[in-house]
Design a protein around this ligand. Structure first.
Ligand code: FAD
Length: 374
């Protein structure tokens, strides 16, 4: 097969993981080519809720904690220069959130969250009594008993962030190819080219950042890459009166309400183990709306403007896969970020770029080596 392009590094996948990797690689002077079959940020990286919460979630506290904190810091360090350099404003901002309690039994777990926030620089958290919650507009459900206010997490537009990373890489030695990678060519433990329908792309190294589809590479590399999809649906609703836009984000009744810059309230998200199915379902819409109305009855009078569906890349231990592909000299995996891929993309991208270029990184990636699944 004829080659039509060559690059120091080929990154397979133009989501947040792949584009952040390309960004850091290009800053290190590598020529990098992103091969993406659908378009930059057309999958989960374009339709996530865009929340950066480094203090709670699966693996925090635990194996993900240090990576999450470092990534949160890297985000804030690069935002201004990335926006200035590319003109892509992904509108990062700090957010306030209230976790609403419907049952007294929820108090202990939320009290743990309060203590965590209280001790972390740049964050705060305190309890709100029912009388304080009653003053919030639009009104919350009378069923709500108490609330935990937190401040310090961030929110951004993950589609624009991902495009900004890609754009920055393109402004240096980056290249974008729209194509579906269908295999590799190799010689003596080294990948020499990736294969697309249009021909092959010669390369010095390859990064697999293909999100929920990463397991496609198992056959090509003869290793285990146990990443599976977890479907998530979000609805974006428009309240009838703009004056009643809420003053905080809310969590409760198994869902979240996010105030977004598009003037809509995003209600998310479902978690469905249904393979690669990406259809919108009436059942999910009903579930999200019912619970949103349970939090804020005013949502009954809202209109659902957009309904999105995308897939999270999940691993068996809910930790990402970052590191060299076992048995290969020049193949790297950067995938499996699960429910935190937007938060984690700078740290995962930097770690991967460091490893590709110098086999060493200051990013805390202990516990994420692909070898654990072989
Ligand atoms: C509903 C929902 C809400 C979320 N909210 C948040 C949040 O608030 N905060 C947060 O941090 N995370 C959130 N996430 C998780 C986050 O969106 C994902 O972890 C992250 O987007 C994964 O990025 P990725 O680049 O690994 O994968 P993707 O974004 O899926 O990108 C992978 C890309 O690879 C391409 N590809 C795959 N195979 C090939 C191939 N063979 N050839 C060429 N291209 C290929 C695909 O087309 C795709 O574009 C959310 C996820 C969902 C579903």
């Amino acid at each position: 097969m004829k080659s039509f392009h060559s690059s120091d590094v080929v990154v397979i996948g133009g989501g947040a993981s792949g584009c952040a990797t390309a960004y850091y690689l290009s800053k290190k002077g590598a020529s990098v080519t992103i091969v993406e079959r659908e378009g930059i940020a057309t999958q989960a990286s374009g339709y996530s809720a865009g929340m950066l919460n480094p203090l709670t979630g699966i693996g925090i506290p635990g194996g993900l904690q240090n990576l999450a904190k470092m990534s949160f810091r890297l985000h804030q360090e690069l935002w201004n220069s990335l926006i200035d350099e590319t003109g892509f404003n992904f509108h990062p901002e700090k957010v306030s959130t209230i976790d609403l309690l419907f049952e007294e039994s929820e108090i202990p777990s939320l009290e743990n969250i309060r203590k965590t926030y209280e001790t972390e620089d740049g964050f705060e958290s305190y309890w709100l009594e029912k009388s304080e919650l009653d003053a919030i507009k639009p009104s919350l459900s009378p069923e709500v008993k108490k609330g935990l206010y937190t401040w310090g997490n961030c929110s951004l537009d993950s589609m624009i962030l991902t495009k900004a990373f890609a754009n920055s890489a393109m402004n240096l030695l980056g290249f974008l190819i729209t194509g579906n990678v269908t295999g590799i060519e190799s010689q003596g433990g080294r990948v020499t080219a990736v294969i697309t329908r249009d021909g092959k792309i010669d390369c010095g190294a390859v990064v697999f950042a293909s999100g929920p589809w990463s397991a496609e590479g198992e056959e090509w590399l003869n290793i285990c890459i146990p990443v599976t999809p977890l479907k998530g649906q979000i609805i974006r609703t428009k309240l009838q009166s703009v004056e009643t836009q809420p003053s905080h984000d809310f969590n409760g009744s198994g869902i979240s309400l996010y105030r977004k810059r598009d003037g809509l309230i995003w209600v998310g998200a479902t978690e469905e183990n249904v393979g690669f199915d990406q259809s919108q379902t009436a059942e999910a819409k009903r579930h999200l709306l019912t619970n949103a109305i349970r939090i804020m009855p005013e949502i009954k009078n809202s209109e659902v403007v957009i309904h999105t569906v995308c897939l999270r890349p999940i691993t068996p231990d809910w930790l990402p896969i970052i590191g060299k592909a076992p048995g290969w000299e020049n193949v790297w995996l950067n995938t499996g970020a699960g429910k935190k891929g937007i938060l984690l993309c700078p740290a995962m991208g930097k770690a991967t770029a460091d490893l590709v270029v110098s086999d060493n990184t200051d990013v805390p990636i202990q516990g994420f080596d692909p070898i654990r699944f072989q």
